[in-house]
Design a protein around this ligand. Sequence first.
Ligand code: IPE
Ligand code: IPE
Ligand code: MG
Length: 252
Amino acid sequence: MPEQDPLASARPRHVAIVMDGNGRWAQKRWLPRVAGHKQGVEALRRVVKACLERDVTVLTVFAFSSENWNRPVEEVSSLMDLLVVALSREVPTLEGNGVRLHFPGDRRGLSRRVVQGLIDAERATAHNHKLVLNVCFNYGGRWDIAQAAQRLAAQGREITEESLNSELALSHVPDPDLLIRTGGELRISNFLLWQAAYTELVFTECLWPDFDAAELDRALLEYANRERRFGRTSEQVTQGEPLLAVGGDRHA
Ligand code: IPE
Ligand code: IPE
Ligand code: MG
């Protein structure tokens, strides 16, 4: 279908964020890195509120990557503790505000205490529909594609784009429209490798603990000024020519 409401495509339904820069935020203040991670939780609370107010329907954040196990053990264990504490503090409010939590990622390798926290938070918010909040924890894009392929192989199913897509850790949401990376690095760092095939990328120098509604609005404005072509020419987009079902149906 040709786009009816030009503003509809100007607003992303699904925003993804690589929340980077916590350590540098802390180091600039002569604080331990964990102080930056704590402020990062505050930033996430602000951004969830802003997304609820802006009718974003899916927010996916990168909280702990498959590669973050390479950090010093003390930092890894502080991040695990922070997750458990943040869940116990934040879930009641999130639940009351219509947020549904998911934790895409590999649960093997996480402690029983952490896994139980994730399961409880998902259960407590499972009835909500206003905003899906995916907190990617022990997540890697390569892990995601491999685990989806393994599941298909175990079921003896054919591997196609559609079947693989249906087994990915984010199969419950459409692909992200906008991906923001804070902290100034210009890379994906093994985030949504499959799902970001046609996502608009916005990079900002802002360190994650400083990110707020105004920064989100700047990224949304940048997104609104992009032309999403999905392989078509600019003229085809302007004339509202529809995408072919094959290869384009995931983006429609
Ligand atoms: C992102 O902030 C949080 C995680 C990766 C867990 P960093 O901790 O990577 O912060 P910088 O990049 O060192 O400043
Ligand atoms: C990406 O940040 C992972 C998260 C934000 C959770 P990193 O700080 O781990 O990324 P690299 O190592 O600089 O690429
Ligand atoms: Mg970093």
